[in-house]
Design a protein around this ligand. Structure first.
Ligand code: SDX
Length: 393
């Protein structure tokens, strides 16, 4: 109603838009991208095919997919001047900060992308360029962190192979792409690809609603994702599990901390605003963790600690009452680690996976001509009062 402001902190009961991209049912633990169940896509599709599905609404036929994948392959190279910006970072820079800076820097190369009336072709090209360059930026953020020379994209490789090569290849030592690693990475990226109006997708939409460019909107989304309550949780989960391991596996102590109202600690990787029985992605990732670690011959003690923690929490009244279950971030870090990806790159991996979803949300918002996002407030400040000179204060 006009004039009546309904306060809804955290937008827990607010629908910000109509969308045809992703369907969630929190009670039943259902997740579908454009109607396709996540379980079927995780088992049968590839990340680039899912990216096309999310952005354009349909599964592509071979000719369409080959053109999409081919266009992306031929835009993976980054302007050398952007690499000079990368060189300017100290190696201690967090890869998420480097990634969002490089994406924002790239915006400067497309001033016309700030023009709300630019052509459809330019928008399509901007989407292809973003999908193509994100793996390069992500891998280069890692190379900056470890102080190694960057590895350039190789057009003979597919999306995940190219990313792994840019991450782990060294001038002195060719990286051999392990198909188990590439397949596991591809599945993880599919599982992170979209999740309706989560914090970072809502950020992308609201920034894009001011007619800021796709690149600027995505840079904002990356920064929103970084928070430990959102995509930063996957890094926080591993740090928590390592702390529990250092404590001799004392899960009860850490669960006690999570329940203590005076202790800000939360059980990272647990709970979800929408899922109230289980996160379907966590189920798939938990199973994949067993498969991947077995195939790679990796035994990671924190996996056993994670499973023990889940078992304890499912029996604990505090967690049961609050419907707290493992979410997408609880097991994903264990697989990333087995793939050789370091902890402070986990949220970069989340951003890499979520990119097609952010793009799809931005594109839908533009095509639907959504108005600029501008919520109101309930004012609780001072009533009108007159200015008083400093001498009288
Ligand atoms: C992601 O939105 C999405 O879809 C996000 C995401 C995506 O794909 O985009 O799924 C990805 O961000 C997953 C969530 C990753 N974050 C974490 O794992 C961080 C830990 N979890 C929480 O901080 C929390 O559960 C949230 C942020 C996920 C959800 O928060 P809500 O819905 O705002 O719930 P809340 O903070 O109001 O908590 C409700 C109650 C509170 O207790 P009471 O005040 O009622 O006594 O549950 C408690 C909270 O204290 N609680 C927890 C807890 N999560 C909630 N207590 C201990 N440990 C936790 N993890």
């Amino acid at each position: 109603q006009s004039g009546v402001i309904t306060l809804d902190r955290g937008f827990k009961n607010t629908g910000s838009c109509e969308s045809a991209i992703t369907f969630l049912d929190g009670e039943k633990g259902i997740l579908r991208y454009r109607g396709y169940p996540i379980e079927q896509l995780a088992d049968n599709s590839t990340f680039l095919e899912v990216a096309y599905l999310l952005i354009y609404g349909e599964l592509p036929n071979k000719a369409t997919f080959d053109k999409f994948a081919g266009d992306i392959t031929h835009h993976t190279l980054v302007n050398e001047d952007i690499k000079k910006i990368l060189d300017g970072f100290p190696s201690a820079a967090h890869p998420m900060g480097v990634l969002s800076s490089l994406i924002t820097a790239q915006t400067a190369f497309y001033p016309n992308s700030l023009d709300p009336n630019r052509s459809k072709e330019e928008t399509e090209l901007s989407i292809i360029r973003l999908l193509a360059k994100m793996p390069t930026f992500a891998a280069w953020a890692y190379k900056k962190k470890v102080g190694h020379p960057v590895i350039y994209p190789n057009n003979k490789m597919d999306y995940c192979g190219n990313f792994l090569n840019m991450m782990f290849s060294l001038p002195a030592d060719e990286y051999e792409i392990d198909p188990v690693v590439a397949k596991a990475l591809d599945k993880l990226l599919i599982l992170h690809a979209d999740h309706e109006q989560n914090c970072s997708a809502s950020t992308v939409r609201i920034v894009g609603s001011s007619q800021a460019s796709l690149w600027a909107s995505i840079s904002a989304g990356i920064n929103a994702l970084w928070g430990p309550l959102h995509g930063g949780a996957n890094q926080a989960v591993i740090e928590m599990l390592e702390n529990i391991k250092a404590d001799g596996g004392d899960t009860k102590k850490w669960m006690g901390k999570a329940k203590d109202k005076d202790d800000p600690f939360r059980l990272m990787g647990f709970g979800h605003r929408v899922y109230k029985n289980f996160d379907p992605r966590a189920k798939i990732i938990k199973k994949a963790a067993d498969d991947v670690l077995e195939k790679l011959g990796v035994h990671d003690p924190v996996l056993d600690i994670a499973k023990g923690l889940e078992e304890e929490a499912l029996k604990d009244q505090y967690f049961v009452d609050r419907k707290l279950y493992p979410n997408v971030d609880f097991y994903s870090g264990i697989i990333y680690r087995a793939l050789g990806i370091p902890t402070d790159m986990f949220t970069v991996m989340f951003a890499l996976g979520r990119l097609p979803g952010w793009i799809a949300q931005w594109k839908e918002m533009k095509e639907m001509g959504e108005p600029i996002g501008r919520p109101r407030q309930v004012y609780t400040g001072e009533n009108a009062r007159d200015y008083m000179n400093m001498g009288k204060r």
